[in-house]
Write a protein that binds this ligand. Structure first.
Ligand code: AMP
Length: 110
């Protein structure tokens, strides 16, 4: 069972801000910043090491298009992407996802 697969399948509700054939962007349920979204590939894989070449190309295209979503997401003044990979990084959902944080001045990151 994977919470993000259930969200993608519509079995768990979410606030969806973007969807195409390969990705969704939803509100994180527990905001760590004024705006906190999750960019999630629809295909289930846990981390970058499980990516196929096709997954990688799709993600690269999605990231290239992210600036087109900036204003609809309320991120005109900038944003931060975070990807937790594995236990040491605190990854709690084993379905790749990219945190998108913004909507305010963020604390300086390491
Ligand atoms: P990570 O710790 O990087 O694996 O991040 C997992 C994120 O998923 C956390 O920020 C959680 O708040 C978020 N999350 C868990 N369940 C849900 C859910 N049902 N809807 C939206 N976000 C969720």
């Amino acid at each position: 069972m994977c919470v993000f697969c259930d969200i993608i399948d519509g079995k768990i509700p979410s606030k969806k801000h973007f969807e195409n054939d390969d990705f969704i962007v939803i509100d994180d349920i527990s905001h760590k910043a004024k705006k906190h979204y999750l960019l999630i590939p629809k295909r289930h894989y846990a981390c970058f090491s499980e990516q196929t070449k096709e997954d990688c190309e799709k993600l690269a295209n999605m990231l290239m298009n992210l600036p087109n979503l900036q204003s609809s997401l309320g991120l005109e003044d900038g944003y931060r992407l975070i990807v937790n990979q594995g236990g040491n990084a605190g990854q709690s959902v084993m379905h790749l996802h990219i945190h998108i944080l913004g909507g305010e001045v963020l604390p300086i990151a390491p």
